[in-house]
Ligand binder design. Structure first.
Ligand code: FE2
Length: 388
């Protein structure tokens, strides 16, 4: 399992991106260059409340663009919200998308683009490479440091009838440009900063351990781990520390480039199941499941986890595998404690009775295909139990 051949065929997809303080102020210019005349600004109520949405709307209008705002969406974006967004897009004769927000907003914007270009329901496009026609021009502007939806080929949408999260994976879902502006993340509260930062850590660790990793994704994954270990606690402690925010934006970018191409693993498969069934916060679910999944996966990829531990600052030279595993688990726990993400699944309201259904759904998640160890449903149940 662990022997990896550098020469195996591997594709790497990334959008154009602009990184740095002030990058978001290029949105109007990029939209114009992409041919936009009437963009739909997809955002959420939180960004409307802090004034970020109206600032962006003003900048788009100042550039001569007729902007339509759509903000009727919730965390873990739902199928009916995407359908409503696509209906508004058509009704208002929009021609392009500007997504300003966290992963939920950007995934919803992608979903609206998929339905607009391809018709039908968003649920028709579950799976890998099912989207035939390209989306309208899409500018992604992340306001969190974690989801990396602004650079990834993924969109995750909740199927509210089946109560599952579906994954769409396609090159078509990569935005035309991502404007990554650390300044936009300073209004993010400590809790969301911690959750999204631990999501980025999980992306990096799962991409690094993934069966579909490559020497190129490894570079980004290891760097993302170093950056999260070095800067997340400070970003949580001092939300306006622009240097810490910049390093976390960089961490998210690196993790996103890694996982968009190497895909993920059992943590995400299991977190998607929790998010779809019980509408729980994605980053927090990942943070809770990461340790138990690392413990389960470790025997299938000890060398990979040794390098991950090194990137997180553990002293691993000459240590036995058992000691490396323990150091890695301790480091994950310390990081969680340092940013206040210490709940268990029970504290989030998950019960033992929920586990069989959660495990059944997780087994069907495409993220499980690249996990370094192929679990049985009973093993997935045991991991959930360990996280209760
Ligand atoms: Fe994630």
């Amino acid at each position: 399992m662990e022997a990896r051949t550098a020469g195996r065929l591997r594709k790497f997809v990334a959008p154009e991106f602009v990184f740095g303080v002030g990058a978001s102020r290029l949105a109007a210019q990029y939209a114009v260059n992409l041919g936009a005349r009437r963009p739909m600004l997809v955002t959420d109520q939180g960004l409307v409340d802090v004034g970020a949405a109206s600032r962006m709307e003003g900048e788009l209008r100042d550039a001569g663009l007729e902007c339509v705002v759509f903000s009727q969406l919730t965390p873990n974006p739902k199928d009916h919200e995407v359908i409503e967004g696509a209906r508004r897009f058509r009704e208002e004769r929009c021609d392009s998308l500007v997504g300003l927000g966290g992963g939920s907003v950007l995934d919803c914007a992608k979903g609206i683009g998929v339905v607009q270009a391809n018709g039908g329901s968003i649920l028709d496009y579950e799976g890998v490479d099912t989207i035939a026609k390209p989306l309208p021009p899409l500018v992604g502007i992340p306001t969190t440091s974690g989801s990396s939806a602004d650079v990834s080929q993924f969109a995750i949408i909740t199927d509210t009838t089946r109560k599952v999260k579906i994954a769409l994976v396609s090159k078509m879902l990569v935005p035309d440009v991502s404007l990554i502006d650390p300044e936009l993340t300073v209004t993010l509260g400590p809790e969301l900063t911690a959750d999204t930062g631990l999501d980025a850590l999980t992306h990096a660790m799962e991409a690094y351990a993934s069966n579909a990793s490559s020497p190129v994704t490894d570079l980004f994954a290891l760097e993302a781990m170093r950056l999260v270990a070095g800067h997340l606690a400070q970003a949580v402690r001092s939300p306006t520390d622009i240097e810490a925010r910049t390093q976390m934006s960089l961490a998210s970018l690196n993790a996103g480039l890694a996982f968009s191409n190497a895909i993920l693993g059992a943590v995400h498969g299991m977190a998607h199941s929790l998010g779809g069934s019980l509408d729980l916060p994605h980053g927090e679910c990942n943070a809770i499941l990461l340790g138990p999944v690392v413990r389960y996966n470790f025997p299938s990829a000890p060398q990979r986890y040794r390098e991950a531990a090194r990137a997180l600052g553990c002293a691993v030279d000459g240590a036995s595998d058992d000691n490396v595993l323990q150091a890695l688990l301790d480091t994950i726990t310390e990081l969680r404690v340092s940013v206040g993400v210490t709940k268990t699944l029970s504290a989030l309201g998950v019960t033992r009775a929920d586990i069989p259904r959660l495990a059944e759904l997780a087994m069907k998640d495409p993220c499980l295909l690249t996990n370094p160890r192929a679990p049985t449903q009973r093993e997935i149940e045991a991991i959930y139990e360990a996280a209760l």
